[in-house]
Design a protein around this ligand. Structure first.
Ligand SMILES: Cc1cc2nc3c(=O)[nH]c(=O)nc-3n(C[C@H](O)[C@H](O)[C@H](O)COP(=O)(O)OP(=O)(O)OC[C@H]3O[C@@H](n4cnc5c(N)ncnc54)[C@H](O)[C@@H]3O)c2cc1C
Length: 307
C-alpha cells in the first residue's frame, strides 16, 4: 500500500516540468550519480569503457525530456549523432537508445521521423551502430510502432521496446515477426490505465514470460531487460528446454542497478548490456527509477546531505 503511494508520488514528480528545469542547473544531485553516468559525452564514454573492461556491453542514452520546439528537437537529434560518432571513434562496445518525444514527436511526426533518419544514417556510416527506440507512455505507443515499421523499410539497425503490461503487447510482438524485429522486452515503467494495461503485477509477469517465449519462438532477437531474478531464471530455463542460441538474446539492466548480477551474468557467458544514461536532463529518469523501487529513496536522503 505504502509502496504504491510512493510509486505514484514519484511518477507524479517525474512529470513536474518546473523541477525538471531546475534540476538541469543543479548538476547530478540526490544520489542521481548512482544511476546516471555523467553529464558530458566524455564522461559517458569513460563510464562505458569501464563497463566494457568488465565484460559488459552498453547502450548510451542522452537524457532529454519535455521537448517543445523544433530547435530543441533538432538539437537533441544532433546530440544523438554526436554520441554515435563518439561511440565509433572511441571504439567502445556500445549502441544508442533514444526517445521519440526527444526528437520532436509531440511537435510533428515528420520532424521526428526526419530526425530519426538523420540519426540512422549517421549510425549506418559509423559501422551500422544499432539504435533502440525506447517506449514511452501509452499515448505515444501506437505512433512509435508505426514509425518503427516505416523505418524498417529502409534500415536494419533500428528496433524498439515492447511493454508486457500492455494488453496489446502480444499483437505488437507478432507485428514484427516477419521483419526480423529486434525487440527489447520489458515489464513497463509508466502509470497506465487498467483499460490498456494489466493492473496486477502477477499478470504483468505472466504476460512478460509469454511474450519473451513468443518472440524467441518467432526466431527474432530479444533483449530481455529486467532486474527480476525469476524472469532471468525463466529465460535460462527456456534456453535449456527449447535450445535457443545465446546469439539470439541478451540481458539488459540499468546502470547502477544490481551491478553484481550484471557481472555474474556476463561471467556465465551471457551477453549483458547495461543501459547507460547521461546528460543534465536527469530528473525525470531518476524519478522513474525511484518509482520502480521506492526503497531506493534511502539513497536520495543520503544524497541530500552529501555533496
Ligand atoms: C535496460 C532497460 C531498458 C528499459 N527500457 C524501458 C522502456 O523503453 N520503456 C519502459 O516502459 N520501461 C523500460 N524499462 C523499465 C522496465 O519497464 C521496468 O519498469 C523495470 O525494469 C523494472 O522492472 P523489472 O523487470 O526490473 O522487475 P520488477 O518486478 O520491478 O523488480 C523485480 C526485482 O528486481 C529488483 N529491482 C527492480 N528494480 C530495481 C531497482 N530500481 N533497484 C534495485 N533493484 C531493483 C528487485 O529485487 C525487485 O524485486 C527498461 C528497463 C531496463 C532494465
Amino acid at each position: 500500500m505504502m509502496e504504491q503511494i510512493l510509486k505514484n508520488f514519484f511518477l507524479f514528480l517525474s512529470k513536474n516540468q518546473g523541477l525538471n528545469k531546475a534540476a538541469k542547473k543543479w548538476g547530478l544531485r540526490f544520489g542521481a550519480k548512482r544511476v546516471v553516468a555523467g553529464e558530458t559525452i566524455a564522461e559517458a564514454i569513460r563510464g562505458v569503457r569501464e563497463l566494457n573492461q568488465k565484460g559488459l556491453v552498453c547502450t548510451l542514452d542522452h537524457l532529454g525530456e519535455f521537448v517543445f520546439s523544433v530547435e530543441e528537437a533538432n538539437e537533441s537529434a544532433d546530440y544523438c549523432m554526436k554520441t554515435i560518432e563518439a561511440i565509433y571513434e572511441s571504439k567502445v562496445d556500445c549502441n544508442l537508445s533514444l526517445k521519440m518525444t526527444q526528437l520532436g514527436l509531440d511537435i510533428s511526426r515528420d520532424l521526428c521521423v526526419g530526425n530519426m533518419r538523420r540519426i540512422l544514417d549517421t549510425a549506418k556510416r559509423c559501422g551500422n551502430i544499432f539504435v533502440r527506440i525506447d517506449m514511452e507512455d501509452y499515448a505515444h505507443n501506437q505512433v512509435t510502432l508505426e514509425i518503427l515499421h516505416e523505418l524498417l523499410e529502409d534500415y536494419d539497425n533500428v528496433g524498439t521496446v515492447i511493454q508486457a503490461y500492455l494488453y496489446k503487447s502480444e499483437n505488437d510482438v507478432e507485428s514484427v515477426k516477419d521483419k526480423k524485429g529486434n525487440l527489447r522486452l520489458v515489464k513497463g515503467a509508466y502509470k497506465e490505465s487498467p483499460e490498456v494495461a494489466y493492473p496486477a503485477k502477477i499478470d504483468v509477469d505472466e504476460n512478460y514470460k509469454k511474450i519473451i517465449k513468443q518472440h524467441l519462438q518467432n526466431g527474432n532477437y530479444a533483449a530481455i531487460a529486467t532486474h527480476d531474478d525469476a524472469i532471468i531464471a525463466y529465460v535460462k530455463q527456456l534456453e535449456k528446454e527449447m535450445g535457443f542460441s545465446r546469439d539470439q538474446f541478451e540481458f539488459q539492466m540499468l546502470y547502477g542497478i544490481r551491478p553484481q548480477s550484471q557481472l555474474d551474468l556476463a561471467k556465465e557467458g551471457y551477453k549483458m548490456r547495461v543501459y547507460v544514461p547521461y546528460g543534465n536532463d536527469w530528473y525525470g529518469y531518476f524519478m522513474r527509477r525511484l518509482a520502480e523501487r521506492p526503497a531506493n529513496v534511502a539513497f536520495v536522503i543520503k544524497g541530500l546531505f552529501s555533496r
